[in-house]
Design a protein around this ligand. Structure first.
Ligand SMILES: Nc1nc2c(ncn2[C@@H]2O[C@H](COP(=O)(O)O[C@H]3[C@@H](O)[C@H](n4cnc5c(=O)[nH]c(N)nc54)O[C@@H]3COP(=O)(O)O)[C@@H](O)[C@H]2O)c(=O)[nH]1
Length: 533
């Protein structure tokens, strides 16, 4: 993914990382606010039910008490008792006695007025019936509910059930299972009343927040408009905001950290490895004696998606530090075998030197990797050289074990950049390497009066003493070539011969007619590379 795409994605994910948790928080706050409102409404509905139950119980009790009296129903004593029961009960408005359709007396005295035919709407028990809407003759105002036992009746104002202390926006209703809606307060609409009378699960959901409670034969409803919820919503949202802010911060930090990682060199190398953007160029290695090409050094390159080519020294050290060098080495080995399988199989006199890092040399895992990779390719292990810098061989014991294992399989091993590291005679004696590659910095001093120009004769002497093959790096001019050839350095590479080449160009270079010995004539025994285990 390109840099600006990663930055765009980071911005989008950061915004989403902030918006989504805040939206979820708002939704959660809304649900909590609704839940709290529903709880408040349930308390109101419970109060309505309680009032209804108490009122009914009081009316039933009063009627039973009156029915048990033996005195003349409309005697002064009986009327006094009716009045006493009416006054003692908050719910009962009136108790009366009916005789042959005539209201003989009530708690307020004798009347003699017509009672009329009042149909009963439902029965509480076998002998107690209820009429929901009774218009009392003495016009107490609102329609009343009448409970009747034998000839006694008690009038209850149903408004008393629903007349609970609540905000004006709160709508309340009470229904009896058999009698339907008994009382309402603040005029609940038909959609709310439907919740009392029909199946609540199938009834259309009203826009209001509501609570419906059923106890015994009564069902009570309390409802509030959604706008009432907003007052508690703010409080709930502010309560949830601190944890939401923490989540948002964590998400944004994680997004930024991930994109920084992806934008970091390590992240970019990881993407490059994932997309296998690394490829190999081959710098010819020349036998100085007759300038015959005997092989090549594999030098990794990175072609980014935008087409830019990154040189090895800009990413190899990073890959070494980040532990990505293993994957990189593996991809280089695979690439070399793909690029060179045909050429190496046809030309057993040719070798390719692959660079390995400290991690590769310490772990020794490359030996197995090479062994597996070479299987069935027709390439001889002798044709793959291992190159490692002196710094890569610092853990002498582990490096020696890897070198020995390489020898056992037929590979040769060269110390790269010789002279720039910790090279000492003792150190070299401990490592059974086959060749040294004299670093370019020393080759550069040939023919100059640089202070380091005196080093190269010593390196050459030391290598000869230890019977090591020498390959000089970075030969750029004829003077350097002449000096090295005269000093007995067997091999060399550098821009004087060729720059690192693409595989096809290297094969063409290898087969070039100019000054080259015919491939058939270039037999391994004539090569300085015929050394080895
Ligand atoms: N672990 C691995 N290390 C690798 C691998 N491929 C390369 N490397 C190491 O990276 C360092 C830089 O290498 P590179 O940029 O490829 O440079 C090499 C040559 O291009 C350059 N060269 C060769 N001849 C000349 C010359 O005449 N003049 C001149 N100015 N430069 C020249 O030198 C580098 C050769 O390096 P080496 O022989 O290995 O020292 C370098 O340390 C590589 O080792 C890899 O796959 N794995």
């Amino acid at each position: 993914m390109k840099r600006h795409h990663i930055i765009q994605l980071t911005v989008v994910l950061s915004i989403a990382g902030a918006v989504i948790p805040l939206a979820i928080t708002a939704l959660l706050a809304w649900n909590l606010a609704v839940r709290h409102k529903e709880d408040e409404l349930a308390v109101l509905a419970a109060r309505v039910l309680e009032r209804a139950e108490i009122a009914m119980a009081q009316a039933e009790g009063a009627l039973s008490a009156m029915a048990q009296r033996t005195a003349d129903p409309c005697s002064a004593d009986n009327i006094e008792e009716m009045r006493r029961l009416t006054i003692r009960s908050r719910a009962i408005e009136e108790i009366g006695y009916i005789e042959e359709g005539v209201l003989a007396c009530t708690s307020w005295g004798s009347t003699g007025s017509e009672y009329g035919t009042v149909a009963s709407d439902f029965r509480i028990s076998n002998d107690m019936s209820v009429s929901i809407r009774v218009e009392p003759n003495d016009a107490l105002g609102t329609p009343m509910m009448a409970l009747r036992l034998q000839r006694y009746y008690a009038l209850i104002d149903p408004g008393h059930f629903t007349d609970v202390l609540a905000a004006p926006t709160i709508r309340v209703a009470l229904a009896h299972n058999e009698g339907g809606v008994l009382a309402t307060n603040n005029a609940p609409g038909p959609d709310l009343l439907a919740l009392l009378t029909s199946d609540r699960t199938t009834a259309p959901q009203p826009p209001d927040v509501y609570a419906v409670l059923t106890r015994g034969a009564f069902t009570a409803l309390a409802a509030a408009p959604r706008s009432d919820v907003s007052s508690t919503l703010r409080r709930e949202f502010l309560l949830l905001l601190p944890p939401a802010a923490v989540i948002v911060t964590v998400i944004i930090l994680a997004v930024i950290a991930t994109s920084r990682r992806r934008l970091s060199p390590t992240g970019e190398i990881a993407s490059g490895l994932h997309r296998r953007e690394f490829f190999v160029r081959y710098q010819p290695i020349i036998r100085l004696e007759d300038e015959v090409c005997l092989g090549a050094e594999a030098l990794v390159r990175w072609r980014r998606r935008d087409g830019t080519e990154v040189p090895a020294d800009q990413f190899v050290p990073i890959a070494e530090r980040s532990g990505q060098i293993r994957e990189l080495t593996d991809q280089v080995i695979d690439r070399v075998l793909v690029d060179m399988a045909d050429t190496l199989a046809k030309r057993p006199d040719i070798h390719v030197a692959i660079n390995f890092s400290a991690d590769d040399m310490d772990s020794g895992r490359i030996i197995t990797k090479l062994e597996n990779a070479l299987k069935g390719t027709g390439i001889q292990p002798q044709q793959i050289w291992l190159e490692a810098t002196e710094r890569s061989l610092m853990h002498v014991d582990r490096a020696r074990a890897t070198i020995i294992a390489a020898h056992e399989r037929g590979h040769s091993v060269a110390i790269d950049d010789f002279g720039t590291g910790y090279s000492s005679l003792q150190y070299l004696q401990q490592l059974p390497v086959d060749a040294i590659k004299i670093d370019k910095t020393f080759v550069d001093t040939i023919g100059t009066d640089a202070a380091t120009s005196i080093v190269i004769p010593h390196i050459i002497e030391m290598a000869k003493t230890l019977n090591l093959v020498m390959v000089a790096e970075g030969i750029e001019n004829a003077e350097q070539l002449a000096y090295l050839r005269a000093a007995g350095v067997q091999g060399g590479q550098g821009y004087l011969f060729a720059r690192p080449l693409d595989p096809g160009d290297f094969v063409a270079y290898l087969n070039r007619p100019r000054g080259a010995v015919a491939p058939e004539a270039t037999q391994p025994e004539t090569s300085f590379l015929s050394i080895g285990p």
